[in-house]
Design a protein around this ligand. Structure first.
Ligand code: F6R
Length: 259
C-alpha cells in the first residue's frame, strides 16, 4: 500500500482529483468506481473545476458506484443517486448510459444484485476505484464481519454507520437500515484503488488499516491483499499512526508525503 500523507482535507482533495484526472486523460475509456459520503465531495468539485477549465472529457468513461440505500427513491435528496447526480454527474460530460448505480427501490433486490454484478463483469471492474472508510473500517457498505468473498449484496447497516450518516438526514430514524453494496470481492477486482481518509474520526481506522492484520471484522484490511492501493490521509486521520515509531514520513510526492 502506498500512503500519501497530506496536511488537510483541501490537500487530500487536490491530490485525489489529480490522480483521477490523470487516469481519465491517460485512459479516456476507463471505468471509474465512485464513492459517496462527505470525504469525496471536494474531490468531485475539483474534477468539475478541471472539466470547466481544461475540458478533460468523460465522454467515454463509465462509472460504477459502490452502493445505494434500500428504500430511498432515486430523487430523495439523501439517495446516492441524488448525491452523484447533483455533485458530479450533471456537471461533467458523462453519457447517461455509461453511469451505473445499484437501484435500492426495486422489488427484487437479489435480482438487482445479480444485475449489478453482470454490469461489473461486463465492464471488467473499475480501472480506478475511489473509496472512503467508515470509522468501523467499512469500505462500500461492507460492515465488520462481511466475508471478503462477497459479491454485490444487500447489507444491514451497523448502528455506528447509521449514526455517522444521520448528519445528512433530519433524524436518525430516517437513515435506512439496509443498502445494496458492491462486495469486497468486487472491490478487490478493481485494477487500482484509491482510499481517502480525512479527520480525527478516521484516526483509529487508519491505524488499524496500516498496522493491523487481515481481519474480516475490519473490512478495509482486505485491501492489504491488493497490489495497487494508494491511501491519501490527512494529518488528523494520521494522528494515531504518528505515535507509532516504526512508520516514518519520507520524501514528498504529489504534494503529500509518501510513507
Ligand atoms: C459511500 C461509502 C462509504 C463511505 C464511508 C465514509 O459510498 O461507500 O463506505 O465512503 O462511510 O463516509 P464519509 O466520507 O462520509 O466519512
Amino acid at each position: 500500500m502506498k500512503i500519501i500523507a497530506v496536511n488537510d482535507y483541501e490537500e487530500l482533495s487536490k491530490v485525489a482529483s489529480k490522480i483521477i484526472i490523470e487516469k481519465v486523460k491517460n485512459q479516456p475509456d476507463c471505468v471509474l468506481g465512485l464513492a459517496t459520503g462527505g470525504t469525496p465531495e471536494k474531490t468531485y468539485q475539483l474534477l468539475i473545476e478541471d472539466f470547466k477549465r481544461n475540458a478533460t472529457t468523460y465522454q467515454n468513461v463509465n462509472t460504477v458506484n459502490l452502493d445505494e440505500y434500500v428504500g430511498l427513491p432515486n430523487n430523495h435528496p439523501q439517495s446516492y443517486h441524488s448525491y452523484m447526480f447533483h455533485k458530479l454527474f450533471k456537471l461533467l460530460d458523462l453519457k447517461s448510459e455509461n453511469i451505473h448505480m445499484p437501484d435500492g427501490m426495486v422489488s427484487d433486490l437479489q435480482e438487482e444484485c445479480k444485475r449489478y454484478d453482470m454490469i461489473l463483469d461486463h465492464l471488467n471492474y473499475p480501472d480506478l476505484q475511489l473509496l472512503g472508510i467508515g470509522s468501523n473500517g467499512h469500505i462500500g457498505f461492507n460492515e465488520p464481519g462481511s466475508p471478503f468473498s462477497q459479491k454485490t449484496y444487500v447489507t444491514t447497516l451497523s448502528e455506528s454507520t447509521r449514526l455517522a450518516n444521520a448528519r445528512f438526514f433530519n433524524h436518525l430514524d430516517e437513515v435506512p437500515s439496509h443498502a445494496i453494496t458492491m462486495g469486497i470481492s468486487g472491490i478487490l477486482k478493481s485494477k487500482e484503488i484509491l482510499l481517502l481518509a480525512s479527520g480525527e474520526s478516521k484516526a483509529k481506522a487508519v491505524k488499524e488499516l496500516l498496522v493491523g492484520e487481515l481481519d474480516m471484522n475490519f473490512p478495509a484490511s482486505a485491501l492489504k491483499s491488493h497490489k495497487h492501493v494508494t491511501i491519501i490521509v490527512d494529518s488528523l486521520a494520521l494522528k494515531e499512526v504518528r505515535k507509532i515509531k516504526d512508520i516514518e514520513l519520507s520524501e514528498a510526492t504529489c504534494g503529500g508525503h509518501e510513507i
